[in-house]
Design a protein around this ligand. Structure first.
Ligand code: GDP
Length: 447
């Protein structure tokens, strides 16, 4: 990271009422000094100034704008920040950016650089920065809710608490390594063992959250399976309420898996249609069948669709053993059934639809929504939202699982160090200085 003051347009480039240009760095006030008549030495932080914005060389007016100043360290990046709220005209934006580019030690920010500086200045850790990125990307209410939690430190607090406990243990152990004549007192051994035991359990429980957090960010995966002609493509179209896949009665027309994105009860859902799963000699379709199997394995929920006029739930007996936990059976083509057949299916509580006539679709969506909602509410409010968190936590757990004070103390300390480092990777905190601070600052052994 260089020392330059950075600037960027924070709103989208295009015609709009207002555009926000953000400037961050030790010289941010230079922009005020050179482009306005405001005395930058007297500008008060967190006050709004309505003023003319002028070309710094020609002195002519570029726009009228609102200026806000946030003084370091009380700003998003932890540096001095000036925000220029100009009118959202391409010409205005271009001329202002052009002026900023000519100020010495100013340069255009790289993507994500404001957040990166905030991280380096310890305004947020990596999980909070990723929470912010998720909030900007959020498309559904649930994504928004969890992104805000993460941005406000829900994961950081949890992981930092764990890491601090490990750093504390490490500081003890390191100290005893430096003073080998000292025996670790019995009560310290018990305390350390108890803490490691507690941490193992907490991490394990946190890891059991069933990939819900990752799914929340990326979308729940629902895959529609069924025999050729069961109506899978038709159902996907009914879900999408538009024609996204070719519907045909020639078996095997759906060559590949196709995704549509839906928002059900605020949760992001990706629904995939699959090529018909059956033996085939045709190469392209074979490929489609392989993709289908992979999708089935990765799916959170399988809609097992059958043609109620000629099939049944037994169409899926071949995969029921392996995937029964996530199978939802849906009988299609209700329009082809007589009233007795319909009441039979109702009696068995089967979900009955007609994809072609768009009947029963809302009921099915509601049913799916309830399943997903249940899975969310039965889990903790703190979810693992990225695979990299999960990987690091698994690694940390491995080290804690082999930790024991019966080993040589250097090895025990190494296990704890590795666990702390893995958790530190998630938040972006590295512990060396902290251990030294702890060792030399908070307690001393032998003077
Ligand atoms: P897929 O092979 O499982 O994707 O099945 P398609 O969606 O391509 O449908 C196969 C045939 O069944 C097409 O002719 C559809 O029009 C027809 N079909 C699909 N759903 C229904 C339905 O609810 N009722 C009736 N009568 N026909 C349907």
């Amino acid at each position: 990271m260089d020392n330059k003051t950075i600037y960027a347009l924070s709103t989208l480039l295009g015609k709009s009422g207002v555009a926000v240009i953000r400037i961050s760095g030790k010289d941010a006030l230079k922009a005020v000094e050179l482009m306005t008549d405001i005395d930058s030495k007297c500008i008060k932080p967190r006050y709004a100034y309505f003023t003319d914005l002028k070309d710094k060389e020609g002195g002519y007016k570029l726009d009228k704008c609102l200026i806000l100043y946030f003084k370091a360290p009380h700003s998003f990046t932890g540096e001095d920040i000036v925000e220029l709220q100009t009118h959202g005209s391409r010409a205005v934006i271009k001329s202002v950016l052009n002026n900023l580019s000519k100020i010495s030690d100013f340069r255009m920010a790289e993507p994500g650089e404001f957040s990166k500086r905030a991280f380096y200045n310890q305004k947020m850790d990596l999980t909070e920065a990723e929470g912010l990125a998720d909030l900007i990307d959020a498309e559904t209410e649930a994504q928004q809710k969890f992104a805000i939690r993460q941005m406000e430190g829900s994961l950081k607090n949890l992981y930092e608490d764990w890491r601090k406990e490990l750093v504390n243990i490490m500081a003890y152990l390191e100290a005893y390594i430096d003073f080998p004549d000292e025996e670790i007192p019995e009560d310290t051994i018990i305390k350390i063992n108890n803490t490691v035991f507690k941490l193992r359990n907490e991490i394990r429980k946190h890891l059991q959250s069933d990939n819900i957090g990752e799914r929340l960010r990326e979308g729940f995966r629902i895959v529609i399976i069924g025999k050729p002609n069961a109506g899978k493509s038709s159902l996907l179209n009914a879900f999408a309420k538009r024609d996204v896949v070719i519907v045909s009665d020639i078996a095997g027309t759906t060559r590949d898996a196709i995704d549509i994105h839906l928002n059900i009860k605020g949760f992001p859902i990706i629904i995939t249609d699959t090529a018909g799963i059956r033996e085939t000699e045709e190469a392209i379709e074979k490929q489609g069948v392989e993709i289908a199997y992979k999708k089935i394995e990765d799916a959170d929920l399988l809609i097992c669709l059958y043609d109620a006029s000629e099939g049944s739930v037994h169409d899926f007996d071949n995969i029921a053993e392996k995937f029964k936990e996530k199978m939802v059976f849906v009988a299609n083509k209700s329009d082809k059934l007589d009233s007795k057949e319909i009441s039979d299916l109702h009696r068995k509580n089967e979900l009955l639809i007609s994809a072609k006539k768009q009947e029963g679709i809302d009921n099915l969506l509601n049913y799916i929504g309830n399943i997903i909602e249940d899975r969310f509410t039965s889990n903790s409010n703190i979810l693992i939202t990225r695979a990299r968190y999960r990987e690091a936590l698994n690694e940390a757990l491995k080290s804690l699982d082999i930790f024991s004070l019966n080993k040589e103390i250097e090895l025990s300390a190494e296990d704890i160090r590795l666990a702390a480092r893995e958790i530190g990777k998630i938040t972006g905190r590295i512990e060396i200085d902290e251990i030294l601070d702890k060792i030399f600052g908070s307690f001393c052994i032998g003077k």
